[in-house]
Design a binder for this molecule. Structure first.
Ligand code: ATP
Ligand code: MG
Length: 589
């Protein structure tokens, strides 16, 4: 395969596009891989499409290797199956909906659990038909609230989604493990750094759930790893280990005190240290219970207030909170909403006004650290007053717990006794999880088991985003000169640059290129006669093919120069040996 720069449909740009805030997005546009159509919608130009197709092929190979079978559903789907599982409503503004000429409702598929479950129901009826693993590589549509960073978060994007069908839980475990192993092979071949972390299963319910994240500072996901054991988790999925209940026999009775002008945690702690110093140590923010009010929005539009109590030294992490509440949406409670609850006094809200027996009746859930026997300073629901010595389980009982507080570096590991958590950022590349019987139940997917009894099938769901992978791999591998593709996904193996005006140079280059192509090496050939060497080298660098060959001055000595795009290392190779040498570099020797 030969792509000639003189005719290749590509224009490299010297200027960054002004809507691009992430390096991979800038470079994919500047190097002529993608072109924006509208927010979150991109055209794949020839080079970009080649990378996308290579990623898809690696995924396809590895899925086929475990015995999964490829099929293809329409992207345009009828409403009814999504109505049956509740997702027509649960997706809220997140999906594209449309009507046909008769007024019937349709959607553009955001993910296809329903369709896969229904086709299995349609064709299979016995446990003997299972396990079954089927997948597609297909365009998905989601009306993302914040399309971002080019193809990293698109509104139209490509997803490989596979699903496993088993009659038993043990079978699902085997299916899950097979997919996990295939994913490891896929991500190893894609050639960038990734981590596997525990995940929540979001809108879908289900149990075991892991994400494959590309390490990237620009990533929207934060994950933590333990310094001592192998625990790694998306912060959304970190389950705080609650401390043991504390004895509180000697704690004085709860009582309200005047704490004038202390609407914030800092002012409260300063007041306590000045007016009520402790003997053992100074008061700290962690001694206070901060009660935060939010409004939860249900997919059908109804709203409900919720109060969350967290130790005063922690902020609420909205992503973590949303992760717990999905598909419900969360927003901060504004002044108007607050005024509807006259027993709540801003800056001084406390458990007395919260919970099922509180004066406002607002549901009150607390951080898992707020266990029975712990003792807090918190709002008294009176302007300028706080309650001291308020003991959980003695003076109030929350309605439940919730993982909404931020996870911090140095927090104890939930999995071992020695380690602490360290955080980093990543891009979600793949998500595998045990969906269980949720959709099979909703859609009536049952088979006869060995005793002739109808049992509900259990499903696994496994997704990877090939279009997101183009951006994530670019992000993970680029350098100051441009894109720098790992060999397995690069749009070509070798970029041959012919320099100078000499006819002999172009003849030598053309014959090398023909020889390479005959050996199965994929070549970009810069055959442009009137373009300066400087421009050609800059183009070669920004396009990011792993090996750059210069045919030019060295010909007088019978050599071409071979440069490794990543290391910059240069080697002179005899013209006669060049094709064989390059073919072996490309793994095609
Ligand atoms: P995110 O949290 O980043 O929105 P998600 O949890 O919605 O991702 P899944 O529904 O699990 O993602 O989809 C499976 C895979 O599809 C993801 O791991 C990701 O690689 C890809 N993907 C999801 N949303 C997008 C998008 N808007 N643009 C590109 N790829 C996406
Ligand atoms: Mg999403």
């Amino acid at each position: 395969m030969i792509l000639r720069m003189s005719t290749l449909f590509v224009r490299t740009l010297r200027e960054d596009p002004n809507d691009a805030e992430v390096p991979s997005h800038r470079l994919l546009v500047r190097a002529g891989y993608i072109r924006r159509v509208a927010p979150g919608m991109y055209t794949w130009l020839p080079l970009g499409l080649r990378v996308l197709r290579k990623i898809e092929q690696i995924i396809r190979d590895e899925m086929n290797a475990i015995g999964a079978q490829e099929l293809l559903f329409p992207a345009l789907l009828p409403r009814e199956p999504y109505e049956a599982t509740g997702r027509w409503t649960d997706y809220g503004d997140g999906i594209f909906r449309l009507k046909d000429r008769k007024g019937a409702d349709y959607l553009l598929g955001p993910t296809h659990e329903e369709m896969f479950a229904l086709i299995v129901k349609d064709l299979y009826s016995s446990y003997k038909d299972l396990p079954l693993w089927i997948y597609q590589i297909q365009t998905k549509y989601r009306d993302e609230a914040r399309p971002r960073a080019g193809v990293l978060r698109g509104r139209e994007f490509v997803m490989k989604d596979s699903y496993s069908f088993d009659a038993t839980d043990a079978g699902l475990d085997v299916s899950y493990q097979a997919h996990r192993d295939a994913y490891i092979r896929i991500f190893d071949r894609l050639g960038f750094e990734y981590v596997i972390v525990k995940a929540t299963s979001g809108a879908m319910g289900g149990s075991k759930s892991e994400e494959f994240l590309a390490k990237a500072a620009v990533g929207e996901d934060t994950y933590v790893r333990c310094t001592s054991c192998d625990y790694a988790a998306n912060v959304e999925a970190v389950a705080t280990r609650p401390p043991a209940p504390v004895a509180y026999d000697g704690v004085p009775a709860a009582h309200a005190e005047e704490t004038p002008d202390t609407p914030t945690i800092d002012t409260l702690v300063d007041h306590l240290n000045e007016k009520r110093p402790r003997d053992d140590r100074p008061w700290a923010a962690g001694d206070t219970l901060k009660n935060v009010l939010v409004v939860i929005k249900h997919p059908d539009g109804t709203k409900e207030p919720l109060a969350i109590g967290v130790p005063g030294d922690r902020e609420i992490d909205l992503k973590r909170l949303s992760g717990q509440l999905e598909p419900l949406e969360v927003e901060a409670m504004d002044e108007d909403e607050l005024r509807k609850h006259p027993t709540l006094v801003k800056g001084y809200i406390g458990p007395g006004a919260l919970g099922s027996d509180g004066t406002s009746g607002i549901r009150f859930v607390v951080d898992p650290r707020v266990v029975e026997g712990t003792r807090w300073v918190t709002g008294a629901n009176v302007e300028g007053q706080h309650v001291l010595d308020l003991v959980v389980g003695r003076d109030f009982t929350p309605d439940g717990t919730i993982e909404a507080a931020e996870v911090r570096d140095g927090d104890p590991c939930p999995n071992c006794d020695d380690g602490v958590l360290e955080s980093a950022r990543g891009i979600e590349m793949g998500h595998i999880f045990q969906l269980g019987r949720l959709y099979a139940d909703a859609l009536g997917l049952q088979v006869l088991d060995e005793n002739g009894k109808l049992v509900t099938v259990t499903m696994g769901s496994y997704g990877i985003g090939p279009s997101r992978a183009v951006a994530a791999i670019a992000e993970n591998t680029l350098d100051e000169l441009g894109l720098c593709w790992p060999r397995e996904v690069a749009p070509a193996d070798v970029h041959v640059v012919a320099t100078g005006k000499d006819e002999a140079v172009f003849e030598a280059a053309a014959s090398l290129v023909a020889d390479l192509s005959a050996r199965g090496v994929e070549v970009i050939y810069d055959d442009r006669p009137k373009v300066s060497p400087g421009v050609k080298f800059k183009d070669a660098e920004i396009l990011g093919v792993p090996t750059i060959v210069t045919v030019g001055r060295g010909l007088a000595d019978g050599v071409v120069e071979v440069k490794d795009r990543r290391s910059g290392e240069r080697t002179d190779v005899a013209v006669a040996e060049a094709a064989a040498y390059l073919a072996s570099l490309a793994g095609k020797g």
